[in-house]
Design a protein around this ligand. Structure first.
Ligand SMILES: [Fe+2]
Ligand SMILES: [Fe+2]
Length: 460
């Protein structure tokens, strides 16, 4: 049993998401001794693995001698050793092992992200071709499957949307990228909003302190703002939110300068006229999808400018507010052929300043947005106030991998991970917000080899 190979749980989730089966052949417990995965039970529902991951499962042993294995959707047994990530020592000892584990996780997440993106792109291309050919009709079934896969992926892989692509060169490219990004960012924000808001209401109803109930410990009969089937419809709406643009003149959509009033009126039609036409033609009368398509550019507070169509902000549902924040954030942080992307720190700050201290429900949405997107995106390089440069591993904390000393010299020794939320650094050492974060390509020269491996695995 000691020699049973271990596989990253994300890899197992991916196998099951594709219709495969996993059986561990050995009971898997977390550090608290709770049984997460039963050795006998074949796993065909990815949520079983997602829950195990949330409760601490990272690398999962698969014991073939105990009947364990992984099988694809056709029932073919997959070869275990070749499934495991390449274990190259990057640095000896526990510290290096921890860094290597994180690096392998990032590479694996990027690999799946690139795969999911390609699937979603192919699906969008089909929809767009069909809409152009037929004047509005498309097949919803494959879209449903694609969105389910995307939503499962981003909710089961931490920070995964940070690794989605943001380089956009053409109008169609823009729609592919933007649809995937809004769907993934929106889904993660919505999940956080749903659990925060539901917990807050439960706390009020049951008179217990807010935050006293973890998501996984909630009573299933407790209040839930959105139910699972609604969450699926909303993710689908995020994916389809800009579909009306397929029927707008690409020259206007791609125009680099300021739009004339007549051109802006043409763009506005993507939510008014064109979205309605496409939803009607396909007899798509789901209210979540319709509200997202019609109102994702509406006002979130009374004085907000250049919003359309006219609608009271109080009538805009929470999930449409989520879509609008994801839409604005993605537009700001995507690189277009005519302008550079805005730094994520600048984009989050701008959105926060724009929408903070407005109506109460918007504050819940905004809080979930900032907590989900994070100010320091994983994969970026930030400056500390003591002059060090660090690679961001997790935006929550943030958890950092130091690259240089305070003089800017590359570190010779293996660094210790720095979790700024855990008080590991002196209080005066923080991320220097006055200096923009860098793309790792810009800092390539000072990256150690094991991080260059991550950067070059970036999907293009
Ligand atoms: Fe739009
Ligand atoms: Fe959009």
């Amino acid at each position: 049993m000691d020699k049973a190979p271990k596989l990253p749980i994300d890899r197992l989730i991916e196998v099951v998401q594709k219709g495969g089966t996993v059986r561990t052949g050995v009971d898997v417990f977390n550090k608290q001794g709770i049984l997460l995965l039963d050795k006998e039970v074949p796993i065909t529902d990815p949520q079983v693995l997602v829950r195990a991951k949330e409760q601490g499962a990272g690398m999962v042993p698969i014991n073939a001698a105990g009947g364990g294995g992984i099988w694809d959707s056709q029932g073919n047994r997959l070869d275990l050793p070749s499934e495991a990530p390449v274990q190259k020592p990057v640095a000896g000892g526990g510290r290096g092992g921890e860094i290597e584990r994180r690096i392998n996780e990032i590479i694996e997440t990027k690999r799946i992200a690139a795969e999911k993106y390609q699937q979603a792109k192919a699906c969008l291309r089909q929809i767009m071709d069909s809409i152009r050919r037929t004047g509005g009709e498309f097949d919803l079934e494959p879209v449903n499957e694609t969105v389910k896969g995307l939503a499962n992926f981003v909710t089961s892989h931490d920070n995964s949307f940070a690794y989605l692509t943001r380089e956009i060169f053409s109008c169609d490219d823009y729609l592919y990228n933007h649809s995937v990004n809004v769907c993934t960012i929106g889904t993660v924000v919505l999940k956080k909003f749903n659990s925060n808001f539901s917990n807050a209401v439960n706390s009020l109803l049951n008179n217990v302190p807010t935050g006293g109930l973890g998501e996984e410990k909630r009573d299933p009969s407790a209040f839930s703002y959105f139910l699972p089937a609604e969450l699926q419809d909303i993710s689908l709406g995020f994916f389809l939110h800009d579909l009306g643009k397929v029927l707008i003149d690409p020259e206007v959509l791609n125009k680099t300068g300021r739009l004339k009033e007549s051109e802006f009126a043409e763009v506005r039609k993507h939510v008014t006229e064109k979205a309605r036409l496409i939803l009607d033609k396909n007899r798509l009368n789901n209210p979540y999808i319709a509200n997202i398509c019609y109102y994702h550019h509406a006002k979130l507070y009374s004085a907000e400018e250049r919003c359309y169509p006219a609608q009271s902000p109080h009538l805009i549902p929470a999930y449409v507010k989520v879509c609008k924040l994801a839409d604005v954030y993605d537009a700001m942080t995507s690189k277009r052929c005519y302008r550079e992307a805005l730094n994520p720190v600048g984009a989050v700050t701008d959105i926060f300043n724009r929408y903070a201290r407005k109506e109460p429900l918007l504050q819940y949405v905004l809080h979930s947005f900032v907590k989900s997107v994070g100010i320091y995106p994983p994969g970026s390089v930030v400056h500390l106030t003591n002059g060090q440069l660090c690679y961001v591993l997790e935006s929550d904390g943030p958890v950092l991998l130091p690259l240089t000393d305070s003089e800017g010299e590359s570190l010779r020794d293996k660094p210790e991970l720095l979790d700024l939320s855990q008080g590991q650094a002196p209080k005066e050492i923080k991320v220097d917000r006055r200096r923009p974060s860098l793309n790792p390509i810009e800092a390539y020269e000072i990256l150690p080899d094991y991080l260059r491996r991550v950067v070059t695995s970036q999907p293009s």
